[in-house]
Structures are given as structure tokens and as C-alpha cells.
Design a protein. Structure first.
Length: 220
């Protein structure tokens, strides 16, 4: 089959991994262990209201998650010291893939595509996540490697240097963190628009899908 791409890279958390479910469960378990009753529907708004790592000088993702837990806990009426807030990064390797993830990855791997991950995370945390994924990846680019966080371009420029002349498609859920910077660099992007969101800027992917199954149907 004459195909358009040789390499498919993915964002990880939100695209391959159901990070929202993982975050809520991490807070639920830790709060329950402390005898605290949380409004689970308030966890994600509290976390997302306290984001901002992309604009900061580089720090490890483990540090960022720990501080995010402390700030979100304060929003939720649950005071957390730094040591206790470490539950949050420690929970990350337990966050599970979306139901469509492994089947789609296996189909793409079996079809002969080289696969990669470009993720705003530390090396050891991604290593824990990869135990949930059914395929091997020939390219891994982390924030720890490039010392910056998407939407800064470091992940994409590092990947482009390693991929070279091979034809490359990036697939991701986040319009802000992935679609916008990748399109800005002239890279073809498949937007895995799991939430049926509207674009928040002028960047346009070459294709848009609701699931990874749809992506695999197109490519494999």
C-alpha cells in the first residue's frame, strides 16, 4: 500500500492515556485516605485553574504536579504539605489508557509505522506509563530531555532532528499544546478531538477524528 507517512507520533496524556480519569481517581484515593470528602466534579477545574507550567522556567514535571496538587487542594479545602502532595506525581504511572488506545497502536504498528511519543513529562514517569501500552516506541521525546513544555517548540524540533527525511504525522488531543505549535512549524497533524472542541486559533490539522480507532481506520 502506498501510504503518506512513515512515522506517527502521539501526545501521551489526554491522547493515549485518560489522564482526567487518572487525576480524579488519584485525588479521590488520597483524600479518602486522609478522611477528606471531596467534590470529585471540582477536582479537574481546580487543577486546570492552577496550570501554567508552559510559561515558567523549566522544572521537573514531578515538581509541577506536586505544586499543582497543593494549589488544587487549597481550592478544595484540603491543605496539603509538599510531602503529602507527592501522591499526585506518584499516581501518574497508574493512569490507564483510553479503551481505544492499545488496539489502535497495535494496528498501526502491525501496518509498519514507526511510532513515537512527544510528552510534557519526566523520563521515569513516562516509563511507568509505557507499561500500559501494548507496543514499543522508536522515538520518545520528553520535557525532561528538551527542558521545556509544549506548546514551546522543543519537542517538535527535537523529534524532527531524529526523524530526518521520513514522512511524519503527529496525532494529539490538545489543540493548544500540540496542534497549534506543530502546525506553526509546518508539520501535518491529526487532531484527536475527543471532546468535540472547537479550534481556539487559526491552526488547522490535516485531519480531525474523535477517537484513535478513527485514526487507525484511516492509516492502517
Amino acid at each position: 500500500m502506498d501510504r503518506e507517512f512513515d512515522v506517527i507520533t502521539f501526545d501521551c496524556y489526554g491522547t493515549l492515556i485518560d489522564w482526567e480519569a487518572g487525576m480524579i481517581e488519584a485525588f479521590r484515593e488520597a483524600a479518602a485516605a486522609d478522611g477528606v470528602s471531596l467534590d470529585q466534579g471540582a477536582v479537574l477545574p481546580a487543577l486546570f485553574d492552577t496550570r501554567g507550567a508552559e510559561a515558567e522556567a523549566y522544572r521537573s514535571y514531578r515538581e509541577i504536579l506536586t505544586e499543582a496538587a497543593m494549589r488544587a487542594g487549597a481550592h478544595l479545602g484540603w491543605t496539603l504539605g509538599r510531602a503529602r502532595a507527592a501522591f499526585f506525581p506518584e499516581s501518574l504511572p497508574a493512569w490507564k489508557p483510553f479503551p481505544d488506545t492499545n488496539d489502535a497502536l497495535e494496528r498501526l504498528s502491525d501496518a509498519g509505522y514507526a511510532l513515537g511519543i512527544l510528552s510534557n513529562v519526566d523520563e521515569d514517569l513516562l516509563a511507568g506509563t509505557r507499561r500500559h501500552l501494548a507496543v514499543s516506541f522508536s522515538l520518545l521525546v520528553t520535557a525532561q530531555q528538551v527542558r521545556s513544555y509544549k506548546p514551546n517548540p522543543g519537542h517538535f524540533t527535537a523529534a524532527r532532528d531524529r526523524i530526518g527525511a521520513r514522512r511524519w504525522l503527529h496525532a494529539a488531543q490538545s489543540y493548544f499544546h500540540d496542534v497549534t505549535p506543530a502546525v506553526g512549524l509546518g508539520l501535518p497533524v491529526a487532531w484527536i478531538n475527543r471532546k468535540a472542541e472547537r479550534p481556539t486559533g487559526p491552526a488547522r490539522p490535516i485531519r480531525e477524528f474523535r477517537t484513535l480507532t478513527d485514526l487507525a481506520d484511516w492509516l492502517a
